[in-house]
Ligand binder design. Structure first.
Ligand SMILES: Nc1ncnc2c1ncn2[C@@H]1O[C@H](COP(=O)(O)OP(=O)(O)O)[C@@H](O)[C@H]1O
Ligand SMILES: Cc1ncc(COP(=O)(O)OP(=O)(O)O)c(N)n1
Length: 268
């Protein structure tokens, strides 16, 4: 059994955060574990509250996981405060965590902010150097690189800047850019454009969480980084294209699109 850990916030509406990660890992046939950084009161229209766990409790969760069922891959999502980021960094180093995917979550699709300004600089300094892959979307890439992205050439420039500064492979996700869904993977000094068709579906809550946990699932199974990202991109595209329509705002993806293709006899 391959094992993956998500370190992220809980989304009460089930479309993003821990819930999206566990659904995704399970849909990939991977044993999912969680370290919860925060509870959010959230639905498809927005986030109404955030309650962080304490540093001590976060570290206790990490100790429990890493001293027992050691994960083959780790995905890190929403971490809103400096202290929690430092605790995660310390514990990842202490346990020599493998296949670390960092999704630098800053703002939800609904527009709600999920990290403090001060925490962004700690994220860069304490977590990015530990990442085997960093997965910012275009607005996050702009914040991290410190330049505006208006063209695909800008996307390449910003992604290279981040790679050179933090020394980790970078996947710049194109879901908020242009008329396609092309993502840019920069790894081992080489650019790979991963082409994607943009589906005309406003229900994209949790796409970033889902993509990063699908990548972690694939890495836990031993796929190369490029294969892991390509397979994850296909999984997300199909989950968007399934056209599930739940809630009053930007709804979630169908994480179970593949399982639902089976008949009842197969499932039960
Ligand atoms: N409408 C869409 N159609 C197809 N793929 C999409 C669409 N929106 C986002 N994606 C894909 O979903 C993944 C997450 O991208 P993005 O939405 O940019 O991240 P985030 O959710 O972190 O903002 C990327 O692989 C991106 O190309
Ligand atoms: C608890 C929690 N974590 C992360 C997000 C943001 O999810 P993400 O997949 O990056 O992006 P959206 O597509 O939802 O913007 C969240 N909303 N809640």
């Amino acid at each position: 059994m391959y094992k993956a850990l998500t370190i992220a916030g809980s989304d009460s509406s089930g479309g993003a955060g821990i819930q999206a990660d566990i659904k995704t890992m399970t849909a990939h046939g991977v044993y999912a574990m969680s370290v919860i950084t925060a509870l959010t009161a959230q639905n498809t229209t927005g986030v109404t509250g955030i309650m962080d766990v304490s540093k001590e409790f976060l570290e206790e969760q990490m100790d429990c996981v890493f001293t027992d069922i050691v994960p083959d891959a780790v995905k890190i999502g929403m971490v809103s405060s400096e202290g929690l980021i430092r605790s995660i960094s310390k514990k990842l180093k202490q346990y020599g965590a493998q296949n670390v995917v960092v999704d630098p979550v800053m703002v939800a699709t609904s527009g709600s902010r999920l990290i403090t300004e001060e925490a962004i600089s700690v994220l860069k300094e304490a977590l990015f150097p530990l990442a085997d892959l960093l997965t910012p979307n275009v607005p996050e890439t702009e914040v991290i690189a410190g330049i505006k992205i208006k063209t695909k050439e800008d996307m390449v420039k910003a992604t290279k800047m981040i790679y050179n500064r933090y020394g980790c492979p970078v996947l710049c996700k194109g879901g908020h850019f242009g008329n396609d869904a092309d993502d840019l993977l920069y790894i081992d000094g080489e650019i790979h454009w991963l082409k994607g068709e943009r589906y005309d579906n406003p229900n994209t809550h949790g796409t970033g969480c889902t993509l990063s946990s699908a990548i972690a699932s694939n890495l836990s199974k031993g796929y190369s980084m490029i294969e892991a990202v390509k397979l994850a991109k296909t999984y997300v595209a199909k989950a968007i294209d399934d056209n599930m329509n739940l809630g009053k705002g930007r709804g979630p993806l169908n994480h179970m699109w593949k399982i639902m293709q089976c008949d009842d006899n197969f499932i039960f």
